[in-house]
Design a protein around this ligand. Structure first.
Ligand code: ADP
Length: 256
């Protein structure tokens, strides 16, 4: 299948997809934090929110009241306070609380248009927040956009489960390079004793990732502050609170 190209107003150097086997594991949070980290390093970054039926990117950046503007040459993304360009179905719909009840092919087309019809400008990185699982949209995105790499987000127990294995298999079948696995909600640091607690017991993610031919590249703690700032639309402040991805992840993403 021929890969789509963005419009004449966009020049995108790297496209990275962020996927997970199921919802609620922190895929959108990891997408947002990756974008913020890359932006802090001085890169031009965009987020394409392809999670059409559960879009949460505008909310965590505090952009739910904003709308993307249509122009004769394409749609202008909304820009966050730190300068990240964002496109999401919630930035187009009149009422963001209304569910999107489109069928798969229409959703897939909308996602493709978020690539081809949005004026992204010069981007070093376009991060695509994919819907969970192995549905139409991840498949379309991987088949039709020139993805440079995929990051898989998992919680400690999930990677071993079938769904993620299927996601991994889909990625491999489509010959999309896997950058690595991020384990979210990996541990909890006790506020009174400062000790690291593995809430879900010893994780099997590292071994599972290895057996699938990839590797664990970062572990993110469970942190109530992340939820609080995300709910307030201030996720861009989170990296000021001692949050950093591992060096391995930063290296992997910078070479993508
Ligand atoms: P997904 O995109 O996989 O559905 P989200 O990123 O929307 O998941 O996260 C689901 C919920 O879990 C959100 O309320 C988010 O703030 C919370 N969350 C994500 N990562 C963490 C974490 N490391 N610590 C605490 N809460 C988290």
């Amino acid at each position: 299948m021929e890969k789509e190209s963005p419009n004449q107003f966009s020049n995108i150097k790297n496209i990275i997809g962020i996927m997970s086997g199921k919802g609620g594991v922190g895929k959108s949070s990891v997408t947002a934090l990756t974008a913020i980290t890359l932006r802090e390093q001085g890169y031009n970054v965009g987020i394409l929110d392809a999670d059409i039926t559960g879009p949460s990117i505008p909310k965590v950046f505090g952009l739910n009241q904003r709308k993307a503007m249509g122009t004769p040459s394409g749609v202008e993304p909304v820009v966050s306070s730190s300068g990240i360009k964002i496109m999401s179905i919630n930035l187009i719909l009149d009422n963001e609380d209304e569910p999107v009840v489109w069928r798969g092919p229409i959703i897939s087309n909308a996602v493709k248009q978020f690539y081809t019809d949005v004026i992204w400008g010069d981007l070093d990185y376009l991060l695509i927040d994919l819907p969970p699982g192995t549905g139409d949209v991840p498949l379309t995105v991987m088949q039709s956009l020139a993805i440079d790499g995929i990051i898989i987000v998992s919680t400690p127990q999930d990677l071993v489960k079938m769904v993620v294995n299927k996601s991994m298999k889909m990625v491999k079948m489509l010959h999309t390079p896997i950058i690595g696995v991020i384990e979210n909600m990996s541990y909890f640091i006790c506020p009174s004793c400062d000790e690291k607690h593995k809430l879900f017991g010893e994780s099997k993610v590292r071994d599972a990732a290895k057996s699938m031919g990839t590797h664990l590249i970062s572990e993110i703690p469970m942190d109530p502050l992340l939820v609080e700032l995300s709910d307030e639309g201030k996720i861009e402040l989170y990296t000021k609170h001692n949050f950093t991805f591992s060096d391995t992840y930063q290296k992997e993403i910078n070479k993508a």
